[in-house]
Design a protein around this ligand. Structure first.
Ligand code: SF4
Ligand code: SF4
Length: 119
């Protein structure tokens, strides 16, 4: 999924003009992408003169770090609000369950999508 590197975007609006579904708009002279409208056509990646429209593969480590930080924060808050140190491990188990479900969903989705190649 595309995202805009705000440091690189110069606000030229080329992407706004060329996105086929009008998913890109300007805020404070920086391009923003409405992911609800985006159809993942990839056009914006190829036409940005600043190479400011980036791929989500570049955010993998950032997303992992954010998930770990979120989990640690939730563990601390479970102890704080539920008043019992055992809640820390229970919270961790729930978060592990959550990410395992996400992994299962992603793997099964990929399996289904791979089958679309021959349609
Ligand atoms: S084409 Fe690139 S530099 Fe121009 S507005 Fe879009 S993201 Fe910014
Ligand atoms: S990938 Fe295509 S639809 Fe999505 S923002 Fe870029 S140009 Fe628009």
């Amino acid at each position: 999924m595309p995202w805009v590197d705000k440091e690189k975007c110069t606000g030229c609006e080329t992407c706004v003009e060329q996105c086929p579904v009008g998913a890109i708009f300007m805020t404070d002279s920086i391009a923003m992408i409405d992911m609800e409208k985006c159809i993942r056509c990839g056009v914006c990646h190829n036409i940005c003169p600043q190479d400011a429209i980036r791929h989500d593969s570049e955010k993998v480590q950032e997303n992992i770090d954010a998930n770990v930080e979120k989990t640690k924060k939730s563990m601390g808050l479970c102890v704080k609000y539920l008043g019992n140190v055992e809640e820390k491990d229970k919270c961790l188990k729930r978060m592990l369950g959550h990410f395992r479900h996400e992994k299962e969903i992603a793997e099964k989705t990929i399996e289904r999508l791979e089958k679309l190649k021959n349609v």
